[in-house]
Design a protein around this ligand. Sequence first.
Ligand SMILES: Nc1ncnc2c1ncn2[C@@H]1O[C@H](COP(=O)(O)OP(=O)(O)OP(=O)(O)O)[C@@H](O)[C@H]1O
Ligand SMILES: [Mg+2]
Length: 593
Amino acid sequence: MRTAPRCAECSYGPSAVPSHHPPVSQERVIKAASAPQGEPPTGESGSGSAGADIAVELRGITKRFPGVVANHDIDITVRRGTVHALVGENGAGKSTLMKILYGMQRPDEGTITLDGTRADLHSPGDAIARGVGMVHQHFMLADNFTVLENIVLGAEKLHGIGGRARRKIQEISDAYGLGVRPDVLVEDLGVADRQRVEILKVLYRGARTLILDEPTAVLVPQEVDALFDNLRELKAEGLTVLFISHKLGEVLSVADAITVIRRGTTVASVDPAETTARHLAELMVGSALPTPETRESTVTDKPMLAVEGLTVHDPQTGRPVCDDVTFTIHAGEVMGIAGVEGNGQAELVEAVMGMREAAGGALRLDGQDISRTPTRQRREGGIGYIPEDRHRHGLLLDAPLWENRILGHVTEAPNSKGAFLDPGAARRDTERIVTEYDVRTPGIDVPASSLSGGNQQKLIVGREMSHHPKLLIAAHPTRGVDVGAQAQIWDQIREARREGLAVLLISADLDELIGLSDSLRVMYRGRLVADADPAAITPEELGSAMTGAATGHLEHPDGPPPVPGARTPEDEPREAVAGSQNDDHPREDGDTR
Ligand SMILES: Nc1ncnc2c1ncn2[C@@H]1O[C@H](COP(=O)(O)OP(=O)(O)OP(=O)(O)O)[C@@H](O)[C@H]1O
Ligand SMILES: [Mg+2]
């Protein structure tokens, strides 16, 4: 794996910026346009236009954590009534900056000016009072409460808890096209609806500036379009949106202005109309992106995971959430499962991992029956696991990185020798993972919670790949990971696949699914309802099958379409790809046509 250059003095990666690092060379330096630091706010922007046009002005923001400068002399001007995107590598300092603007963290230096007046924010309450609200990536709604209850909770003073509150919610929902239903239980809502409730909750509290930290990471394309329509409505009403995303295509389609953050500081201010995703990515990393290697098929005829008639029931309702699922993944094959979140993918993964009891069906790993085998033994038998929820199933947030390296692999080398743990070897191996997988951290003794989201993900991927699994269960393996690191993780998976790794890939990112998979299935209401050849399907076609609109074998009417980033039939011999979709053995392969 390509590793980023590190500072010789402190061995930090480039985005963890100790104060001795030299200034970053910049293509379009935006510092010059900023107001002089330390001066009181004038209510006017540096360019002399009326301050009334400027919703947020951040000047000279610096924030240090032990061993890391997360933000360093940040300057951003956000015009009112615009969608302003922040982009940058994992660990560049985007979330930290937004937490400062939302009063969750105090800057060590610098000023925040909101609507032309200096703001001194000590808590999110202060930020909300000044009209700034934030929607976090991990939603914070109470599942067993209704939408209305969730929205009024903690804000009872505003419009009470009865009819007035209901009318207000309806009014906001209608004004911005949010389609929120006040009396539905939150647990019955899908992820996109929950997000709209979070947005409404913030608007209900009077926010005029909304911060959305990676809102699209969990959404499928249709949901992203709907969210962007909502954002345009907000903008049309004069609200301001600050938006973080690693999906540069989306950023270009929705943003009015883009600020690039690199190594903790603002390095460029870009007009989306005048740039490309590639150029943006290069501004983020400070160098040209590596071009992806040509791919060849590595699918063999050796079954690695065979799932037969797997059925899982919802413990509460008794309804099947995974319904008679059958498929085979061969050594050297990546099988992708597409589906709107909540259609049984999570239950399928948990049943294969042994974390959830199956009501029926059989599982074979490399020829061995593992249907009754406990999770630990399944892992020892060669299953690697990149979980969907990295906070709940992937990491111990309070434990240091090296302990997290042991997690899930306690009995395996190098973590243990015989019956004993070998902390020294585990620590050395953690250092190796940090280097090879470019985990940006000041050391292996910091707690996992202090890593940025994308760097936590890289640590998990590194840990799981280090055990040379036979089967990798990868749920959203690059969620929250920047474009450069994403390409590296894909390369890593492809390399292991060449050596015979079988992969069960679940992803909301359809480009990832199409680009990485050798075969594709669509999961809908607990069943595998359709299959497709990744070389011959577009994200749009796959997206429509995910809503249940198409079943069976999905085929493009005019043959393989030109899918950017996806393999072409020329570099992927058709007969090899067909390994798991071999028409001669439709039953064995779980064909639901
Ligand atoms: N509470 C904390 N304690 C120590 N270090 C922290 C803390 N929060 C953030 N950091 C460090 O600050 C830097 C910036 O992190 P931040 O979360 O802002 O990055 P990011 O740009 O949001 O990255 P990502 O795209 O991965 O989410 C990282 O090096 C991170 O490890
Ligand atoms: Mg972040």
